[in-house]
Unconditional design. Structure first.
Length: 234
């Protein structure tokens, strides 16, 4: 199995890991010419990171996107956008036009189509060119079942290799909208941020390219970096 082993950066605990990841992102942004297109992950792990980025990430060239969203209102406690806003966006001066949340105001299919249109407009083309990645960095989490973004086990979205976004109608309490493999792979760097012993097995299997896990089927075009605390994978 060819894996997405990439580079591993291990820190003792979630707090030091968040500091290390924030430092890496700020340095990567500084080294990037023009817009710095960053796709954010959801869930709970990135909270500490986003709180640090609120006071450290330059905003002038920053363009924010999301790798997935729960199909709930933007002020819902489950919203990935709301979490990022609580920890980062409401504490930083990022121009509104540089923040691209996934819409959740009509129905999952329509919102997925609209987000795909947004991505294509930003990219300036309807077909992804491997020589010109869509994102500079895609930040991803990992579930203990090996899902990432909302690429959930057993769902049809795992077979989607044409569309850039997709609705995910089953597998969780609420529908999701997710970027698909082609869009997530179209990045100069894919960065996994994973903490906790419960993720250890999924980390090892995903890194080994175990294709029974959604994350194990991801084949980033650019570099892959795993930011792990010791519990998740020294
Ligand atoms: C989501 C995320 C999802 C998340 C993992 C890990 O919308 O939930 O995109 O892929 O990154 O489920 O979640 P935790 O960080 O909460 O463990």
């Amino acid at each position: 199995m060819t894996g997405i082993a990439g580079t591993t950066i291990v820190e003792p605990d979630p707090q030091s890991l968040a500091r290390r990841a924030a430092q890496w992102l700020v340095e990567r942004s500084a080294a990037t010419q023009g817009s710095f297109r960053l796709a954010l992950s959801g869930g709970s792990t990135p909270r500490l990171l986003y709180r640090l980025l609120a006071t450290s990430m330059p905003t002038a060239r920053l363009e924010l996107f999301w790798g997935d969203e729960r199909f709930v209102p933007p002020d819902d406690p489950d919203s990935n956008y709301r979490m990022a806003k609580e920890e980062w966006l409401s504490h930083a001066d990022i121009p509104h036009g540089q923040i691209h949340p996934i819409p959740t105001d009509t129905d999952p299919r329509d919102c997925a189509h609209r987000y795909e249109a947004t991505l294509k407009s930003v990219y300036g083309a309807d077909v992804l060119d491997p020589a010109r990645p869509l994102f500079d960095v895609v930040l991803l989490g990992l579930g203990d079942d090996g899902h990432t973004a909302s690429l959930l086990p057993g769902q049809p979205v795992l077979g989607e290799r044409t569309r850039w976004t997709a609705p995910v109608m089953k597998g969780r309490d609420e529908p999701r909208i997710t970027l698909t493999y082609p869009a997530l792979e179209s990045s100069r760097a894919v960065v996994f941020l994973v903490t906790g012993a419960d993720k250890r097995d999924a980390v090892a299997r995903a890194r080994a390219g175990d294709e029974s896990l959604p994350a194990g089927r991801l084949h980033p075009q650019g570099e892959t970096i795993w930011f792990l605390d010791e519990a998740a994978g020294a």
